[in-house]
Design a protein around this ligand. Structure first.
Ligand code: UN1
Length: 515
């Protein structure tokens, strides 16, 4: 591999010769199928990883459960202290790990580093949480009785994460899961195994140095079979899945059929609405970041833009200028704003979507081609595109399907109500954003007749949420919340404990059962 790739890997203690172990459950091993990590920028092979065999997966699950039975008895603030040390270890490697995200996933460096920062932030949050995961005391109707609502550790949490956030989404889950006293087993995307190995090396070194079983944070790299085995295993209490609607539906059904719990973070199809009174000097770059940032590969990326008729021509002119100024580049270079798509297949999806748009009469204002002048011929570079479909037909697949690439569809409206209806007309419900300075619009937007997404922003783009609020969506985006807010409550089992400290044993509701 290239020197710069091997430098990034070696700074994280990963050797680039031979095959790497892709399983950790207290020690490193791997004897399953070999997967290849490929650099989306250059097409070079970065490493070969031996994934988990069937037996190794079963053993890793057993070790993870054992680790849970130990870790659940560690007092929560002490668990928080371990999370704090993980935070320190991650922060010390912020730049190197961020560069690895860029190398393996393809997002630009500031976003790769930002993703590690997101993990650091959620650790801080979880440290605080470890002293605040409070239950409640409920007033009992019976004399000298008390009812406690008690949160206890839940068990084994499986995290199935996607390629687009190969570090942060695991971080959201691990930090809360650890604070809550669980053991976590991680199956990362098969195309970003190096990020998961690097993170697990950092996390496990802290666990091992502090006498915590390593299998509190296990790793099993692998493909579909590994994911399915985790999803179907009755010893996994909670499955936190990020990925496509199609797979998410199967995961949800499988876990539900065994009465397990799920957090599903599936597709987004996020819209920005621009009102006539919006500050365009803020809105134009925000839409640009939402649609072009991460090469359109965030669940929260802006895919639909609804412009008020009165500002539409000016907005589009300014937005096109911005698009034209964005050049593809090596995502590891500081000044690059546009990196490659993650895979070759994503380029095909992009081209297919553009062809379809043209076929049905959309006007492509800018972009639409693979980059011929990209810095690396073998990289997956595409031009971010703005398309104006003939009309906003809310049942048309142009508007209802999430295409995981930088394509922005534009519609023109006259009334806010119309734009809100369009915003809500898609199956997905992750993020949305309104640009206005009129408080009446804001009130409507965040109220009962407003946006139906899990993230509802005002004068803030659709992507780039902070960790403090609960992250997640509604409708076909799935359900459950990750990160901040009340998300931690899904990572514990709740018991209502009625305590009787009287000399009687009265029944509730005054029921009399004496003969
Ligand atoms: C995702 O795209 O799956 O809000 C996660 C954001 C990031 C996380 C996105 N903080 O865009």
């Amino acid at each position: 591999i290239s020197t710069r790739a091997s430098n990034i890997l070696s700074s994280l203690g990963i050797s680039s010769d031979g095959e790497l172990n892709g399983v950790y459950d207290g020690h490193w091993h791997g004897s399953g199928e070999v997967i290849v990590s490929t650099c989306p920028t250059t097409g070079e092979e970065l490493a070969r990883i031996r994934t988990a065999s069937k037996t190794e997966l079963r053993e890793a699950l057993e070790r993870t459960r054992e680790a849970y039975t130990i870790f659940r008895n560690v007092p929560a603030p002490k668990r928080g202290e371990i999370v704090r040390r993980i935070r320190e270890a991650l922060a010390a490697k912020r730049e190197d790990l961020g560069a690895l995200v860029t190398l393996e996933m393809g997002k630009i460096l500031t976003e790769g580093v930002g993703e590690v920062q997101e993990f650091v932030d959620i650790c801080d949050y979880a440290v605080g949480l470890s002293r605040m995961m409070n239950g409640r005391v409920v007033a009992s109707e019976r004399p000298e009785h008390s009812i406690l609502e008690v949160p206890n550790p839940l068990g084994v949490v499986a995290v199935l994460s996607a390629f687009n956030f190969p570090v942060a989404v695991y971080g959201w889950n691990l930090a809360l899961s650890m604070a809550a006293g669980n053991a976590t087993i991680w199956k990362p995307s098969p195309t970003t195994p190096l990020c998961s190995i690097a993170v697990t090396k950092i996390v496990s070194s802290v666990l091992e140095a502090n006498g915590v079983p390593g299998a509190v944070a296990s790793l099993v790299t692998g493909g579909k079979d590994t994911g399915e085995a985790l999803v179907n295993d009755p010893s996994v209490e909670l499955v936190s899945f990020t990925g496509s609607e199609r797979v998410g539906r199967a995961v949800g059904q499988a876990v539900m059929s065994r009465f397990g719990k799920t957090i599903l973070e599936l597709g987004g199809n996020n819209a920005s609405i621009i009102m006539p009174d919006a500050d365009l000097s803020l809105a134009v770059p925000a839409v640009g970041f939402g649609a072009i940032g991460t090469a359109g590969q965030r669940c929260t990326s802006t895919r639909r833009l609804y412009l008020h008729r009165s500002i539409a021509p000016e907005f589009l002119e300014r937005l096109q200028k911005l698009y034209q100024s964005i050049k593809p580049g090596d995502p590891l270079e500081q000044k690059t704003l546009l990196g490659p798509l993650h895979t070759r297949a994503a380029c095909e999806t992009y081209s297919g979507a553009i062809e379809h748009l043209k076929k049905v009469g959309s006007e492509i204002l800018v972009g639409g081609k693979r980059f011929s002048d990209a810095p690396f011929g073998a990289g997956n570079f595409v031009e971010p595109a703005i398309s104006v479909p003939k009309s906003v037909d809310v049942s048309d697949s142009i508007w209802t399907t999430e295409v995981f690439a930088p394509i922005l569809n534009v519609g023109i409206f006259d009334e806010l109500d119309q734009a809100i209806e369009w915003n809500n007309s898609v199956p997905q419900g992750l993020s949305s954003s309104l640009w206005t300075r009129d408080i009446r619009n804001v009130g409507k937007w965040i109220g009962p007749s407003g946006s139906d997404t899990g993230i509802v922003n005002v004068n803030v783009g659709t992507s780039g949420a902070e960790i403090g609020a609960a992250f997640g969506g509604n409708k076909s985006t799935g359900w459950g919340r990750e990160s901040g807010g009340d998300a931690w409550k899904q990572y514990v089992r709740w018991s209502a404990c009625t305590l009787n400290f009287s000399n009687q044993a009265p029944l509730a509701q005054g029921v009399n059962f004496s003969a």
